[in-house]
Design a protein around this ligand. Sequence first.
Ligand SMILES: [Zn+2]
Length: 149
Amino acid sequence: MPKKKYPKNIERFINHVKHQCDLLDVEFKLTKGYAVYTGEGNSCFGFFSPSNEKHKGLLKVAIGKKTREEWILTLAHEYAHMLQWFNQDKIYEDFHDNEDAYFDLEIQTEKEALKILTGFDIKITDSLKRKSDKYIRQIRELLIESKKK
Ligand SMILES: [Zn+2]
């Protein structure tokens, strides 16, 4: 974990996520690289994988070459997935079944991520909002693309 001084609200958010991860037997990692690998051959800016009887869970976010705003949004998004998993949210349990469910999940998760940040007094700036909207657009395009096949 890189030791850096963050503003109070950011620090509080990170510590909160870390603490929740401890409680849920999930390893928490912020890595210095640009991307993280999911172990399924994919790379992305962050992911969450749940714990089970055999394995610890993992919540990992890449913070390299990104603005803090960018990776904080990713962190909030993955943290939202962890909460969905913990709460046995139906939308989280369904997403492996089909792409529409995955798309719905991602839209809802982005909303939840922004709400979580607001709850920690982390301001949703216009550029943060744009990043979030852009992510939703990308997911939508992927969905449309895959339906053409
Ligand atoms: Zn997601």
